[in-house]
Write a protein of this length. Structure first.
Length: 130
């Protein structure tokens, strides 16, 4: 069961929803729980303008956890195309417990570059220097 409280559901974000990134405005009013990292069981891919997180990998992925209410969770689901594009799935985070995260089906990631650092922001900085 995903950790939820009377005030909402905890969601792990790792790409365009991070603070300072283009879709962060959708989290306006959400409570920042804090910085977080997945267990080293995922792979982060470069899907062009955004990252894609897939399970059954061996990297720890960096991000932030927010507590969101039901309408905000519905807005995030729309942005992420859940359940057809991304699939919102409960995962365990290092030191935080279980949260919701948007995972991408591994079958649609063939040929996409892996973000070895596990950090979208680090990857964006590296891309700018190419």
């Amino acid at each position: 069961m995903t950790r939820a409280s009377s005030s909402g559901t905890r969601v792990f974000v790792y790409g365009t929803l991070l603070s300072g990134e283009p879709n962060h405005h959708l989290l306006r009013g959400a409570r920042l729980v804090g910085q977080a990292q997945t267990l080293p069981r995922f792979t982060l891919y470069d899907y062009g303008p955004f990252p894609a997180l897939a399970s059954k990998g061996k990297h720890a992925v960096a991000g932030e956890v927010y507590e969101v209410d039901a309408p905000m969770l519905a807005a995030l689901d729309r942005l992420e195309g859940h359940p057809r594009f991304y699939q919102r799935t409960p995962i365990a985070l290092d030191g935080v417990g279980r949260v919701e995260a948007y995972l991408f089906p591994r079958g649609r990631l063939a040929g996409r570059p892996i973000i070895e650092s596990g950090c979208w922001r680090t990857h964006l900085k590296e891309k700018k220097s190419w």
